[in-house]
Ligand binder design. Sequence first.
Ligand SMILES: [Zn+2]
Length: 151
Amino acid sequence: MQSAEFELKKFLSAQKLKYTAERGEVFREIVRSEGRFDADELLQKLQKDHKRVSRATVYRALDLFVKLGVLRRVCMRDNTSLFESILDWKPNGYLVCMRCGQTQEFEVAGTLDGHLRKVASERGFRPQNHSIELFGYCNECQRASDDRYIL
Ligand SMILES: [Zn+2]
């Protein structure tokens, strides 16, 4: 598993944004949080750990992380908003051989991953996970086979 800093740097550099110590502190706290949290809760936790981050910094960082797709903002009925991490989205793709049953994993990334998120959000659907399976024939089966029905 990669460190939180590494993940954050990856997200930031994709948007040509800088990694700062404050953003790092906020991010680490988010990674440690479970479930939904509000901005002030997060700020209190950071202050308890004697981190030097201001309220404005925390709010700005949370807005940024929402834009980067790290966090989701959940609007509550009383007009407050809570945040939840969406880092547990695991890119799962599988190539399944219909002949020998061998399954190879691959990472669903880039435009396909973005497309899936877009489809879900357009329908107000909150995805927790996903899996894509491609069915076909693996290299070995294609080579070994003299079965004209499969090729
Ligand atoms: Zn096979």
